[in-house]
Design a protein around this ligand. Structure first.
Ligand code: PLP
Length: 436
């Protein structure tokens, strides 16, 4: 090629949540039945939407031919009015429909948001982090994503001193990302911490991105506080969507709410560039936008969200009780979203550990696959070969922590318990070096 056509950020584009599936598929070919615990898709895990939600969607499809057409670039006006109204009724920062921009799922929003930042501007995010954010931000900058630490020994709370120092000494950091409730940890940011992050942003003149896609899936002691309630005069963007809470991941519907756009000309110009970029793409999916106000304003919706959160709370409790008894790991109980992350104590893993795999073909495949990979990935591969359970290594979440993330999505409580017990059993054997 006469010129280099590879983007400088190409190496940052990693998404372990789906990459791990290649190993799972190979094991399937070798006869193992895989339990897919890698991906946060409640529908794929058997969750069925209530009939009343399906009826709303079905009726609109029949009654309103326009849902098959394009929508305005920033989104349907009536839906943006509905959302702006809802936000304004909650108190906090006020917005108008012009402060809302729809995307084809938050994945699309995330990729657009980082792509159109100035090439030298950086957004610092949590470690571990949902990899769509860390990869897209790293790819935009052409170098690894910058992070502040979430501490598994302090219930995953962020290390604010670490954050403050990194922001203070790196003038390229123009934004701070929080994922609240968090993926992969399930941590819900306490209000006090959020206010401290806002004050760091105010002091160093940065904006804040708050990914709140799990905002209606909260079940611990900590109350979820949206960015709109605490950002005051600091420029911010909240990211919200339908994938997890309806749940409707296949609908590809997410949106960004801009707070305090008018307070900073550079932020306002940047927000406009996102709308301009979306215009090149025409618009986001129309049908989910159309039904959003009908679903959200239905009196059954709140109860529905609470009942879903209740199921995840039960799963989190079961897993917490089991993992708490395992020596060598720390596993704080999630308070929101539907994931559980388990971290191995530092230095406890090495590249010699294994689990006994009896089938020679599977053993050979795994032994070949674990050469030169991170120690937590090695555990994850062996776990999958022995039990069929496919989890995601924490190193795949842009993290130096060694561990893994599973989901709380299994519908059958007994099956869930058995699965966690199998994982806990495998950890014990792996760490003790037992042979069956
Ligand atoms: N943000 C977070 C924190 C997520 O966990 C996910 C998906 O897992 C997304 C965004 C992307 O969601 P969407 O389906 O809207 O693209």
């Amino acid at each position: 090629m006469r010129a280099n056509i590879v983007h400088p950020g190409a190496d940052q584009l990693t998404y372990e949540i789906r990459e791990i599936m290649e190993v799972g598929r190979k094991l399937e070919e070798l006869g193992i039945s895989i339990i897919w615990e890698n991906i946060g898709d409640p529908v794929a895990k058997g969750e069925v939407l209530p009939v009343w939600i399906k009826e709303i969607i079905g009726k609109i499809i029949v009654d309103d031919n326009l849902v098959f057409g394009y929508s305005p670039t920033n989104g349907l006006l009536a839906t943006r009015e509905f959302l702006a109204n809802s936000r304004n009724m909650e108190g906090g920062t006020k917005i108008t429909p012009e402060d809302i921009l729809f995307f084809n799922g938050l994945g699309d929003a995330i990729s657009t948001v980082y792509s159109y930042l100035h090439p030298t501007a950086r957004v610092i995010g949590p470690n571990p982090a949902y990899s769509t954010h860390s990869s897209a931000e790293g790819a935009h900058a052409g170098s690894p994503h910058l992070t502040y630490n979430l501490n598994p020994y302090r219930n995953w709370l962020p290390d604010l001193e670490d954050l403050r120092n990194k922001v203070k000494y790196n003038p390229n950091i123009a934004g701070i990302l929080i994922i609240n409730p968090d993926n992969p940890t399930g941590m819900v940011y306490p209000e006090k911490i959020l206010r401290e992050i806002v004050s760091i942003a105010r002091e160093f003149d940065t904006f804040i991105i708050s990914d709140e896609i799990y905002g209606n899936i909260v079940y611990g002691d900590e109350k979820f506080v949206p960015l709109s309630q605490v950002c005051g005069d600091v420029p911010g963007m909240a990211m919200k969507g339908l994938s997890k809470e309806i749940p409707w991941p296949g609908g590809r519907c997410g949106w960004v709410e801009f707070y305090n756009k008018a307070k900073d000309p550079s932020f306002a110009r940047y927000a406009k560039s996102l709308l301009d970029a979306k215009r090149l793409e025409v618009c986001a999916t129309t049908l989910p936008q159309k039904v959003l106000p009908m679903i959200f304003s239905d009196k059954r919706y709140k109860e529905y969200c609470l009942s879903r959160a209740d199921v995840y709370a039960k799963r989190a409790k079961i897993a917490y009780e089991i993992f708490t008894g395992v020596h060598g790991v720390v596993a704080p109980k999630p308070q929101g979203a539907f994931y559980y992350s388990v971290v191995f104590d530092q230095g406890i893993l090495n590249n010699k550990q294994s689990l006994q795999i009896d089938n020679p073909k599977i053993k050979e495949f795994i032994e070949r696959s674990v050469v030169s990979i991170s120690d937590d990935k090695r555990f994850v591969y062996y776990l999958m070969a022995l039990t069929g359970i496919c989890v995601v290594p924490l190193s795949g979440f842009n993290s130096d922590l060694q561990g893994f993330r599973m989901t709380l999505l299994e519908r059958d409580e007994m099956k869930f318990k058995k699965m966690v017990e199998m994982i806990a059993g495998a950890i014990k054997k792996y760490l003790r070096g037992d042979r069956l």
